[in-house]
Design a protein around this ligand. Structure first.
Ligand code: TK8
Length: 349
């Protein structure tokens, strides 16, 4: 019911924007296209706005600028604008704006997308993807293509797999050296029921929250901790509000490059080829930059936070605790699809 009300509000908001003259109307300084499906035939330069949750220091933002450069070098008919730090919307709202056609591109984590396409939940099954070679083999191959195609059922197209990275735990309360240390820790999770289930199974007290609210929640201590890849932890300045850093590698998070179907339908064949090629090329750049940045960010973080790594018997205890969660969500995601995913991982090892 709540979701229906929310969608109704979003639709009214969109229609209101359209009524006030629509295209390029300033809305708190952000040009808002009432209709992203302006046809390429109209001859006017088409604007592609990218909504990102992370700030302008991150590999995600820098790779989006790379995408802009690649597109604008190939055609004068397209103009790319990159909006960072959730200026336009948080992940889930941005995806809904793509569905309505009031935003052209967003590049979220897969976790919030699972409420639109459950099969993306395979990445939320903890401790399944364990290194970048396996990640690349699974995502850059037929399985990744097959999964990406499922996005089109929701009025958006996934043009490429980008990288968020291996997720690590931070908190302001205590060092987490064993699973018992998680007891009662209020951990913010992405808006995804598998993450909630996994952190509960590990003994923490998880709470789902949009990324745009996370820093304030840590600052005000309404949550004790969170989990994200090293580039985010360092470049979003979490050491200012978090004391303990625990290397868990509990999940590998992809970013997905999504474009509104309505936007795509309004592009010419030539424009589509340019946009598709740029999303893939900028994605390769993004993966390289993400991995370099994760390594350098960890070295910086070791000087700013109390760091420890979960390994050996302690890591086995974490893995054991989430096995029931993996079994439980196999049916939600689709048993056959999960088995196909696990077989792909097996093959890549
Ligand atoms: C940024 C988010 C973020 C994600 C999260 O838009 O919410 O913790 O890891 O990177 O997608």
């Amino acid at each position: 019911m709540k979701k229906l009300l929310y969608l109704g509000f979003l639709l009214l908001f969109t229609l209101a924007l359209a009524a006030c003259g629509g295209s390029d109307e300033e809305s708190n300084g952000i040009p808002v296209n009432a209709d992203s499906s302006v046809s390429a035939d109209s001859g006017e330069k088409k604007k592609l706005r990218i909504s990102l949750g992370l700030n302008d220091q991150t590999p995600l933002y820098k790779s989006s600028v790379k995408f802009k450069e690649l597109v604008e070098a190939k055609t004068d008919s397209l103009e790319v604008e990159v909006y960072h730090s959730g200026q336009i919307a948080d992940d889930r709202s941005a995806i809904e704006m793509l569905q309505f056609g009031t935003l052209e591109i967003t590049i979220p984590s897969t976790a919030p997308f699972t409420s639109f396409v459950p099969e993306y939940g395979v990445f939320d099954l903890p401790f399944t993807l364990t290194d970048t070679d396996i990640v690349d083999s699974v995502l850059q191959g037929p399985f990744g293509d097959k999964l990406a195609e499922k996005a089109s059922s929701q009025g958006v197209l996934q043009l490429a797999w980008w990288e968020n990275g291996f997720r690590q735990l931070t908190n302001s309360k205590k060092a987490v050296k064993s699973i018992d240390d998680l007891k009662g820790l209020k951990i913010r999770t992405m808006e995804n029921e598998i993450h909630l289930g996994a952190w509960s199974a590990m003994g923490a007290n998880p709470t789902p929250m949009a990324f745009t609210e996370l820093f304030t929640a840590m600052q005000q201590k309404t949550v004790d901790g969170q989990e994200n890849p090293y580039p985010t932890i360092f470049l979003e300045k979490y050491p200012e509000v978090q004391k303990y850093l625990t290397e868990t590698n509990h999940i590998y998070s992809p970013f997905i490059f999504l474009i509104s179907q309505k936007t795509w339908d309004g592009l010419s064949e030539e424009q589509r080829e340019i946009v598709q090629a740029a999303a893939l090329e900028a994605g390769e750049h993004n993966r390289d930059l993400s991995r370099e940045t994760a390594a350098s960010a960890l070295e910086e973080l070791k000087g700013l936070m109390e760091y420890n790594k979960i390994e050996g018997a302690e890591l086995e205890a974490f893995k054991k605790s989430v096995q029931p969660v993996i079994e439980k969500y196999k049916s939600t995601i689709g048993e056959d699809f999960v088995n196909e995913y696990l077989e792909e991982i097996e093959k890549a090892q």
